[in-house]
Design a binder for this molecule. Structure first.
Ligand code: ME8
Length: 527
């Protein structure tokens, strides 16, 4: 996903009536880190999130709350806007599918799909009757073969959600005719359109199997976008929801600067549960409308909580606001992307969280910075010291720090391997700690103050590189660290890496405060 000037990155729009939980925070966090990384690397970025506000599930929730649907969604969508603030997401837009711009865009997309013929020369959209299983919870149709038996012998979707038999007039999308085009699409860019590879295989085998035409309109409820020319139908909520990605670029105004710069999307970040919608239906709709499909879709894994599936009924949903209040925002951001290889499933455990905060953030990175900064503060008149001639050990450390961005660029920009990027960054953190231990600047203070100045300067330069590269993961903490190093505000993007943005000897340094304190469990209350 590298080599372009401008990147359009999206995260799924959240189901508006859910309460924000760690899974929502996770998809958008990964996208946020990527967006911040690309901006610091000199690219223009448009990062989108928002809320998915139509469909039967929302209509039912509004009715249960005794509210008109629009009034209901206006209120509950604010919880997700608050999540973006809580998590310090740098999204450039927050789209709501009840907005006028989106309704216009969906109807135009529908018209274009309907106006075009499929690759087999047939109408892309036709009217028929749908009879089949539907899950309101998943907002998805299921074939008989996909159903499983529940504890009481009732039919359930493979996701465990209840299903109901639906029979109503419906418009259908001729999905089957798009098989070959979809398979060609997956092979583009050396087969990296759907990532990770295991997900690509999954999608490919689905598309090679029996593809049923997709029901794309409903008539039994009304909370949705009317089908152009047939108000009795509203659009299937997934067709509506997926279209948000193109709405936000200004579609159908194809002359708008945003559309021209950002469509097709560079990357849709999604969870594995919604892979099929993003890699089968969405590109097929776009191709049918004569538009370009997204360049890449990355599907991440699923979080469990202390080994158990996260679900409302188990009462173990993790509220991001709770863990941020307990452990700190940047600590949570770090943990979520460090703990699990991105793409795999992972487990949230308190023990693992505390372990990483104390060993990797407080001990490794925090101590490195605090030691070097406080020695400079005490022994160098609270100024960035003037280095003397560099020795081999200094050059080795500086070279590792300077080379780091190249590795991280590949891991984040190309592979979205956030955990791997952090592993590489921490290898340099540990190398810097080793350097300090070997050079013993506290001994040099008495024996060779000039050499001490060089060692502290070299270590500070290394910390500057680390903090600069870590900014996408932990923006606030790294900004504090860079402030403490006296790094100029305008010299914090990746062009400042290497010797070009080197710290200036003589710069005054503030009194350092630990950036990553240890997490200490509250003592149990007496009695
Ligand atoms: O799916 N672990 O919205 P959503 C990891 N509205 N990720 C999780 C998770 C978990 N336990 N639970 C949820 C929708 N997620 C649709 C999207 S896009 C056109 C429409 C992730 O609010 C999930 O995989 O249910 C998805 O990426 C995101 O949270 C939003 O899910």
């Amino acid at each position: 996903m590298t080599g372009k000037a401008a990147y359009y990155l999206t995260t799924p729009i959240y189901y508006v009536n859910d309460s924000p939980h760690i899974g929502h925070a996770y998809t958008s966090l990964a996208c946020d880190v990527l967006a911040r990384f690309m901006r610091l690397d000199g690219h223009e970025v448009f990062f989108l999130t928002g809320t998915d506000e139509h469909g039967q599930k929302v209509e039912k929730s509004a009715a249960a709350a005794g509210r008109p649907p629009k009034e209901f969604v206006d209120e509950v969508s604010e919880r997700f806007r608050a999540l973006t603030k809580l998590m310090n997401f740098s999204n450039d837009d927050f789209i709501r599918t009840t907005e006028e711009r989106h309704i216009r865009s969906c109807q135009e997309l529908w018209r274009r799909i309907a106006a075009n013929k499929s690759p087999k020369g047939r109408d892309n959209i036709y009217l028929d009757t749908y009879g089949g299983w539907y899950s309101v919870r998943d907002e998805a149709f299921y074939g008989e073969a996909e159903l499983v038996k529940g504890a009481d012998g009732e039919k359930l979707a493979s996701s465990g959600a209840p299903v109901e038999w639906v029979e109503e007039p419906s418009y259908f999308f001729r999905l089957e005719d798009w098989r070959e085009r979809l398979l060609e699409y997956y092979a583009l860019r050396d087969g990296t359109v759907v990532a990770p590879e295991s997900r690509r295989n999954e999608v490919e085998s689905f598309v090679k199997g029996e593809l049923f035409d997709l029901s794309i309109s409903r008539t039994s409820f009304s909370w949705g976008i009317p089908v152009p020319g047939d108000d009795a139908h509203i659009m299937y909520v997934w067709l509506d929801a997926l279209t948000n990605y193109i709405t936000a670029t200004g579609f159908p105004d194809e002359d708008s600067a945003r559309y021209k710069t950002f469509w097709p999307a560079s990357l849709h970040m999604v969870g594995k549960d919604i892979l099929r919608f993003h890699t089968v239906y969405w590109p097929a709709f776009l191709m049918a409308a004569g538009l370009e499909p997204p360049e890449r879709v990355f599907a991440h894994g699923w979080w469990t909580n202390e080994g158990e599936k996260i679900s409302k009924s188990l009462g173990n949903v993790i509220d991001p606001a709770d863990i941020v209040a307990q452990f700190g925002l940047d600590q949570v951001r770090y943990f979520l992307l460090r703990e699990v290889p991105f793409g795999n499933d992972g487990d949230f455990s308190r023990r693992a969280m505390v372990g990483r905060i104390n060993s990797e953030l407080a001990n490794d990175f925090g101590n490195l910075a605090q030691r070097v900064l406080s020695m400079m503060h005490k022994n160098c008149d609270a100024q960035m010291p003037q280095p003397g001639a560099l020795r081999d050990a200094d050059k080795v450390l500086l070279s590792s720090a300077e080379k780091l961005i190249d590795t991280v660029r590949v891991e984040i920009g190309e592979n979205q391997a956030f955990h791997e990027a952090l592993t590489q960054i921490w290898a340099v953190v540990r190398q810097a700690n080793g350097y300090i231990a070997e050079q013993e600047p506290w001994v040099l203070r008495k024996t060779d103050p000039e050499r001490m100045a060089t060692v502290l300067y070299v270590a500070a330069e290394c910390i500057r590189h680390l903090a600069t590269i870590c900014q996408p993961f932990m923006p606030d903490s790294c900004a504090t660290m860079l402030d403490q190093l006296g790094a100029p505000q305008e010299g914090r993007d990746f062009t400042s890496l290497g010797s070009d943005g080197a710290l200036v000897p003589g710069t005054g340094l503030p009194k350092p405060e630990p950036v990553f304190p240890r997490f200490v469990e509250d003592a149990p209350a007496d009695g």
